[in-house]
Design a protein around this ligand. Sequence first.
Ligand code: GDP
Ligand code: GDP
Length: 436
Amino acid sequence: MVKPVLAIVGRPNVGKSTIFNRIVGERVSIVEDIPGVTRDRIYSSAEWLNHDFNIIDTGGIDIGDEPFLEQIRQQAEIAIQEADVIVFLTNGREGVTAADEEVAKILYRAKKPVVLAVNKIDNPDMKDYIYDFYALGFGDPFPISGAHGLGLGDLLDEAAKHFPKDEKKDYEDDTIKFSLIGRPNVGKSSLVNAMIGAERVIVSNIAGTTRDAIDSVITVDGQKYVIIDTAGMRKRGKVYETTEKYSVLRALKAIERSDVVLIVLDGEEGIIEQDKHIAGYAHDAGRAVVIVVNKWDAVEKDEKTMKAFEENIRGHFQFLDYAPIVFLSAKTKKRIHTLIPMINLASENHSMRVETSVLNDVIMDAVAMNPTPTDNGKRLKIYYTTQVAVKPPTFVVFVNDPELLHFSYQRFLENRIRDAFGFEGTPIKIFARERK
Ligand code: GDP
Ligand code: GDP
């Protein structure tokens, strides 16, 4: 499914990130645990009533050293390009400013629906403040308060009216969708070209499909694959090139549409902070992951080099301990042929269902080996475990008290499940539910 995208636009300090965080809510994110990343959260999945959508805080897209107005303009342009619905945010306490008018001018030209919101209307007495904003020409302004969480329901109702109606499937279910994600110059485009050019690979089309993405459809040994959003890599616009956050945003959209994400690292340069950032999103999104170390031809090696690099990766990406690692070269094509089998493996495990009876045997054996924890004299009791979803495999453990299933024991159960069933290449999720 392709989820609708909502973007928040507006000059600084009107409350964009406050609203973003309100709408996103308390989503558990591994990315939050990586230093320096929390602040940077500009893209997330969100829910409103029965709508699943993605949300972008364009205020977080740092346009570099451009002057103030130019920054706002570029953020608005990105919103127009990326979003299905734009929330134009203003500050009711300051009235309409020249910068608001500047944003409005850009949004007039957009053929995308715009919903105007007036923020910082913290109490009902302030509702009159919104009348000024009719002058912006976007119809009825919605009074909201990010600080107090007021008015967001009405705003989202209105925005959701403009979500594309038939969230249609982009490809058949048995097609494996994957993307190559990584910072600029690690060799993503070269890898795509090497894969497309490989023996036994039939390229059926490279055509514009969903929205702005251009996907490559290939068939290998009768299995169909889609390489997501290679366009973003091939024809990089000015904004894409100069704006790290924008390229991250494009990567996040590609991750969202993928079954399997290939995280591409540069073997020659090693791992940097930005690599972790991107990898964290792939994990959070619950996608299958394969780590690809490219440019291995350019690395001076002895028999210990690969092992050392692998340990380095495991140290930096502890949350991806399930992801297989391949070392290869897009340039010499060495080990390029190992990628498709890796993608198959990760994809199979990502949608693997295990038998309930076997699963419960595994959990019972695990408990026998390592008794459940106690808290204040109360012991965790596990009654029953069942797999409730695939992509990624998701398990619910029915217990006497979910609070007692601490992270470390959950981790232990995860490891036991992995030992028993494999699941290489895919994250798995475990939730506790109370059974009275
Ligand atoms: P951004 O630059 O547009 O992302 O704005 P922020 O979300 O960082 O908010 C700017 C300032 O406005 C912060 O100090 C917020 O606490 C404050 N703020 C945000 N929403 C509200 C609101 O609804 N009412 C009031 N009174 N202040 C708010
Ligand atoms: P992207 O920005 O991630 O798409 O990276 P590109 O595919 O454009 O590659 C960036 C640079 O790395 C180019 O100069 C490539 O020729 C070079 N490159 C890509 N793959 C390899 C490789 O396997 N080995 C070496 N030595 N260079 C590579």
